[in-house]
Design a protein around this ligand. Structure first.
Ligand SMILES: Nc1ncnc2c1ncn2[C@@H]1O[C@H](COP(=O)(O)OP(=O)(O)O)[C@@H](O)[C@H]1O
Ligand SMILES: N[C@@H](CC(=O)OP(=O)(O)O)C(=O)O
Length: 424
């Protein structure tokens, strides 16, 4: 059993979908292959814009949606002909109608719930297109709705997976189908016991693929990316990156956790639990070997760099004479939990607790005002968080050129620095 995952970058246009088909034909097998696909290109961002526009009752709500639809219909136009084209276009129109119904009403429901009902459409339509194109090109496959298999609670935008139920549903139904044909399904989406749609968190399609891999006891999982494999830094920010041919599960979890966006952080643990190797390979050069993530540690350790921008460094101190650890930490964590803000790094002294978090236009102001109800709060925004895994002094010096360090946290293998860019 193999799992392939194709992300938005690989399915961004008609040529991308042709390339996916070529890869499946060359490197996949006609049975025992489950393919997880994300929304096409940057569709999820556009659907987020649509959800916000709908909530803010913006005049351009319908215009944004029309652009999203047109993007998909243009791809269908390029990929299919005649009756087949009409059939696929009809199917996609029917999917989009579900969103039309939502945005024609007034926004009454909770934002996160509505977000999931709208944003999930990206994966539903991309998989219909990919599945139809594969079938039209001699790759027999069945489209399945992941919402019937990946079961979550109702934490919208960050659905918590019910592993036992999901694994049971997957094991009960999918192996029989996979004996005869390939399955094509959605990443990122799940379903609740009441049949509402949830999403698993941004970039969660890798995680979906891992849930299927775990539940089906796959021999291996491959994520096809626009990079040659896992590199020691994001090539969008860093020149002269090096490919890591081999990576231990532990290092991969740490890199993803600290923000290496090449793999969703929740992806690795389920694979590690079942010792399923994860291959990260290039859809541009599929013949190359990529990176393998498994139990085997590489012989040579290469330092890795992770940058996160738009950081807010928040310093929290008691308004009375109490110490931070003994008396205040649980209250502070409670506020972070209640506002759904994740801490990227933290440090405490006797009377202050500092954290760095991603700036979020909705959540950050709420977090700060809630903290201000009980604490003295100071904050600094527009900062960067630099993490170096397997650091040494030379690597630290390299990243700190023209930066002022505001916070530093070190462990044996990892250093994190919150810095201000002085060149702006
Ligand atoms: N350490 C890293 N190694 C490789 N790519 C990285 C790394 N960190 C971040 N990236 C970024 O991850 C991107 C691929 O992931 P992503 O855009 O989520 O793909 P997809 O959406 O197609 O699944 C690359 O284009 C690269 O910019
Ligand atoms: N489409 C979702 C889920 C996802 O994982 O996408 P990608 O595989 O393109 O990162 C997102 O953009 O968040």
């Amino acid at each position: 059993m193999q799992i392939f995952k194709f992300g938005g970058a690989s399915a961004k246009d008609a040529n991308g979908i042709r390339n996916i088909t070529k890869i499946v034909k060359e490197y996949g097998s006609p049975q025992n292959l489950l393919i997880v696909v994300s929304a096409m290109g940057k569709t999820t961002n556009s659907l987020e814009d649509l959800t916000k526009a709908f909530f803010n009752r913006q005049d351009n709500t319908h215009e944004i949606f029309e652009q999203i639809k047109q993007y998909h219909f243009d791809v269908i136009d390029e990929l299919f002909e005649g009756a087949e084209k009409e059939k696929v276009a009809d199917d996609i129109s029917n999917q989009f109608v579900e969103v039309d119904w939502i945005i024609e009403d007034e926004p009454h429901d909770e934002f996160d719930y509505v977000y999931d009902q709208i944003v999930s459409i990206g994966e539903l339509v991309s998989t219909k297109i990919v599945s139809a194109y594969l079938n039209a090109n001699q790759v027999q496959n069945k489209w399945i709705d992941a919402r019937g298999y990946i079961q979550t609670d109702n934490t919208y935008r960050e659905g918590k997976v019910d592993w036992d139920l999901s694994a049971t549903l997957i094991q009960n139904e999918l192996p029989a189908i996979l004996k005869n044909e390939i399955i094509v399904t959605q990443g990122f989406v799940g379903g609740t016991s009441e049949n509402f749609t949830t999403t698993l968190g941004r970039e969660g399609s890798d995680y979906s693929a891992a849930i299927f891999a775990y539940s089906l006891n796959a021999e291996q999982m491959t994520i096809w990316k626009d990079v040659p494999g896992v590199l020691n830094a994001d090539p969008k920010w860093f020149d002269n990156t090096q490919k890591l041919d081999q990576l231990s599960y532990l290092d991969a979890i740490e890199l993803a956790y600290y923000g290496a966006t090449v793999i969703h952080p929740k992806t690795i643990k389920p694979l590690q639990n079942k010792q399923i190797p994860l291959y990260v390979r290039s859809f541009i050069k599929p013949e190359e070997s990529g990176t393998v993530i498994s139990n085997e540690a590489p012989k040579k350790i290469i330092p890795s760099f992770i940058f996160k921008i738009k950081q807010v460094l928040i310093s929290i101190s008691p308004t009375d004479f109490s110490f931070i650890v003994e008396e205040n930490l649980s209250d502070i964590f409670e506020v972070f939990h209640a506002t759904g803000v994740k801490i990227n790094t933290m440090h405490n002294s006797a009377i202050s607790f500092s954290v760095s978090v991603d700036f979020d236009e909705r959540k950050t102001p709420v977090l700060i005002s809630k903290l201000k109800e009980s604490f003295k709060v100071r904050y600094n925004d527009n900062l960067e968080l630099i993490t170096i895994r397997h650091y040494n002094q030379e690597t630290i010096d390299r990243v700190l050129v023209n930066k002022e360090t505001l916070l530093e946290v070190r462990s044996r293998h990892t250093i994190q620095m919150v810095v201000k860019d002085l060149s702006n």
